[in-house]
Design a binder for this molecule. Sequence first.
Ligand code: CA
Length: 227
Amino acid sequence: MNRILIIEDERDIAELIGFNLQRAGFEIIKSYDGLEGTELALRERPDLILLDLMLPGRDGYAVFRELRRDVRTANTPVIMLTARAQTDDRIQGLEAGADDYLTKPFSPKELVLRVQAVLKRFDTTPGMVDFTHGPFRFDKNALKFYLDSEPTELTSTEFKLLLFLSERSGKVQDRNDLLRSVWGYSDATHSRTLDTHMKRLRQKLGTHGAWVETVRGVGYCVINTDT
Ligand code: CA
C-alpha cells in the first residue's frame, strides 16, 4: 500500500484530500505545518508528498528545497498545491522540480488521478535494471542516472523523460505522447510543463544536452548513436 504525506494547513482541505485518498486505497499521514511536515517526511519516508505552498512554520518552497537536499527524500515525488492560480507561481514550482502541480480548488477525483499517475511514473519493472545510450546510463531499479559514468541527480520526472526518449532514440516523440507516457495525461495546459522539465534536464546534462533535440512543432528526440 502506498503511503502519502499531506502537508496542508487548511484542515478542511487536508481532511477532504485524506478521505478521498484513503477511499482510493492509500495510507495517509498528515501535517498542518511546514517544519513538522519536513520532519515527518524525513522520518516516515512516504511514497509521495502533497505539499501546500502557503504554510505556517516553513513555506512550501523551503520545505521542497529541504526535501530535495536530503537523500532520504531527494527522489520522493512531490505534487504542489496552491490557492494561487498565478502562472509565475506555477512555473516557479515546476522549475524547482516538483513532479506535478494542482491549483485550488481542484476536485478530489482529479487529485486522486494525479497521485495515481505520478506513482505509476515511478513504478519500476523488476528484471529490467540498466539501460545505456551514449553517455547516459539508467539504473531503473534504483532510479539512478549516470552521465559519463558520473552519478548525476535527476528528478524522477527528468529520469523518466530522458529514459523514454533514449529508449526510442532516433525517433521523434510527439509532445502529447510524451505527456501521456511520462505524466499519465495530456492536455494543452501541460504543454508548458513538458518544456520546463526539458529545459531543466538539458541544463543538468551540460554539453550532453545536445543529445536531446527539439523538433519544432512536434516534440523531442534523443539522437541515435548509429547516425
Ligand atoms: Ca495553506
